[in-house]
Ligand binder design. Structure first.
Ligand code: NAP
Length: 247
């Protein structure tokens, strides 16, 4: 385990898996920048974690707004000077209007803008700060539905999920991005991985009508594992609780 003080930024951290990751990283001793696009929701979540005695600070950051991302990166630089851990967690499903042949293209664009381009925006904005860390870690919160292997394996339940143009493709693109960032940053000791948190009971899945028992805290486990990996940890991989996930 890494032993000295670390600073982590988690996007979309006001609720769900991001909130659980923020709580777990802060409980592990990190200073956590709880990034939320809505200042009110961010304040509420930050206050809840500070009431637990955790070192958590609200950061306003909308991953789909270049100005917001730039301002957030500037605030981190001014206040903290570096960043050790970035968790790209913010994501949207886009809802059900994504059937191949009848997809709403604006919805698909919005899904990619948040789940893929948002990750590039945020990562590139804070990368100079991560390069100042001796133990940079980037964790991209992907999904098992981003796995081509799962989607094309008749024995895997995901191959029988309804076909969607946007969300699964966005997570497959995020996996591909993860490999490229890992390739670029490996020489600097910055480890970049994608994770599949598993199907968790959050507003995200409730909106899709799923009734799940896995908690956001359980989903956060693999994120925290990669965010706190030591120098010999993996990079350029895709992981869930059981280990590597096939691409
Ligand atoms: P959630 O409860 O809906 O939380 C999503 C978070 O992302 C919220 O904080 C939301 O903010 C934020 N967000 C959305 N668009 C944003 C933007 N443009 N800028 C900044 N923040 C934004 O969902 P979740 O289940 O925790 O999902 C978190 C991540 O896990 C997502 O990437 C999702 O794809 C992935 N995932 C989830 C599951 C699951 O079963 N839950 C499974 C696999 C992967 P607001 O509150 O302001 O909307």
């Amino acid at each position: 385990m890494i032993d000295h003080h670390r600073i982590a930024l988690v996007t979309g951290a006001n609720k769900g898996i991001g909130f659980a990751v923020a709580r777990a990283l802060a409980a592990d001793g990190m200073t956590v920048l709880l990034a939320a696009r809505d200042p009110g929701r961010g304040d509420e979540a930050t206050a809840a974690l500070r009431a637990e005695g955790l070192d958590v600070h609200r950061l306003t950051l909308d991953v789909s707004e270049p100005g917001s991302v730039r301002e957030a990166a500037e605030r981190v630089e001014t206040r903290f000077g570096r960043l050790d851990v970035l968790v790209n967690n913010a994501g949207i499903s886009g809802g059900a209007s994504q059937t191949p042949g009848a997809a709403d293209l604006d919805t698909v664009l919005a899904v990619f803008d948040t789940n893929v381009f948002g990750v590039i925006r945020v990562t590139d904005a804070v990368l100079p700060l991560i390069r100042r860390s001796s133990q940079g870690r980037v964790v991209n919160v992907s999904s098992g539905v981003g796995s081509m292997g799962n989607m094309t394996d008749p024995a895997h339940y995901m191959s029988r999920l309804p076909a969607l143009v946007g969300y699964p493709s966005s997570k497959a693109a995020l996996n591909a991005l993860t490999v490229q960032y890992a390739k670029e940053l490996r020489p600097y000791g910055i480890l970049v991985n994608a994770v599949a948190p598993g199907a968790c009971d959050t507003d995200f899945t409730r909106d899709l009508g799923y009734d799940l028992t896995r908690t956001a805290a359980e989903g956060a486990g693999i994120v925290v594992q990669l965010a706190t990996a030591g120098p010999d940890g993996p990079t350029g991989g895709f992981f869930d609780d059981d280990g590597p996930v096939r691409w």
